[in-house]
Design a protein around this ligand. Structure first.
Ligand code: HEC
Length: 259
């Protein structure tokens, strides 16, 4: 089991390392995977509730890096023409109410009588949006609108402020230094694998550029919300190319030696 010296015809690859080193490197790779999984979890947990809707949306991300006006789902639905049968004047009443600064005060205002939002919701929406309906035959309508407790959850539009510069700077400081260092190590290990050069060079290039776009985007997005989509795409490319690189490194360490 002698190791051939590295040469242009037999370049060094990780598989040539002794068992102990391969075990150690494999463990490091697994730790990186745990780290990636934890980052994914943290990302969802950290961003998802900015717009008070479950799941991470572009609104959440735009809110974090640029700040955004999130329209209340109830207002979006009405302005989007839902439900189609609603009379124009009643729609206008509900929209004016949701755009006012008296959403909770006027919800079931006695002065407004039958034109009070609570009354309109009761007569025009309850067929599909009562609590019983959304749990039973109208599951597709998703949200209940029966009580103020239900309505208030989706009635308020709100301004999501971008994270303060101080916090963004702390986050950039932590991420830029550690991710760049981590990626240089992953890149170096990847280059010492047997896989085709376009794959190795391509992954290394993609991860590097994606990380640059992502971190620069955090700052550029303060000036322009157009950076929101690049941030998300670059984050995805960076995570995917890192995960694939790690998988290839692991394969290199344990696949049978060639020649
Ligand atoms: C005939 C049944 C029906 C009626 C009446 C109805 N809706 Fe809906 N509503 C639905 C269905 C089905 C959906 C889900 C599909 C969609 O978004 O169109 C929905 C979705 C919604 C949503 C979005 C929920 C979400 O989070 O995706 C809102 C808000 C809403 N309706 C409000 C209203 C209001 C306000 C009224 C009365 C003015 C009303 N609806 C009347 C059936 C109804």
């Amino acid at each position: 089991m002698s190791t051939l010296p590295a040469s242009p015809t037999h370049p060094f690859t990780l598989r040539q390392l002794a068992l102990g080193a391969r075990l150690g490197l494999s463990a490091f790779v697994l730790v990186f995977f745990i780290g990636l999984a934890a980052s994914g979890y943290h990302l969802v947990d950290h961003h998802q509730n900015r717009d008070e809707q479950p799941g991470v949306s572009l609104t959440d991300i735009e809110g974090a890096y640029h700040g955004v006006q999130a329209t209340a789902p109830l207002l979006s639905a009405l302005e989007g023409g839902h439900p189609a049968e609603l009379a124009a004047n009643e729609r206008a009443t509900l929209i004016a109410w949701l755009r006012s600064s008296r959403i909770s005060e006027d919800y079931d205002s006695l002065e407004l009588g039958d034109a009070a939002p609570a009354e309109l919701l009761a007569t025009r929406c309850m067929q599909c949006h009562s609590r019983a309906a959304v749990q039973g035959e109208h599951k597709d309508a998703k949200v209940a609108l029966e009580y103020w407790e239900d309505v208030s959850r989706i009635a308020f539009s709100k301004r999501i402020e971008a994270v303060p510069v101080k916090i963004l700077a702390a986050s950039t400081h932590a991420h830029a230094l550690s991710l760049a260092a981590m990626s240089i190590v992953i890149g170096a290990l990847l280059l010492a694998t047997r896989f085709s050069s376009w794959l190795r060079n391509g992954l290394c290039g993609a991860a590097g550029l994606a990380l640059l776009v992502d971190l620069a985007g955090w700052w550029l997005a303060r000036g322009s919300p157009a950076w929101t989509v690049p941030i998300v795409l670059a984050g995805g490319v960076y995570a995917a190319s890192s995960a694939l690189s790690l998988a290839l490194i692991l394969a290199e360490l344990w696949l049978p030696r060639r020649g």
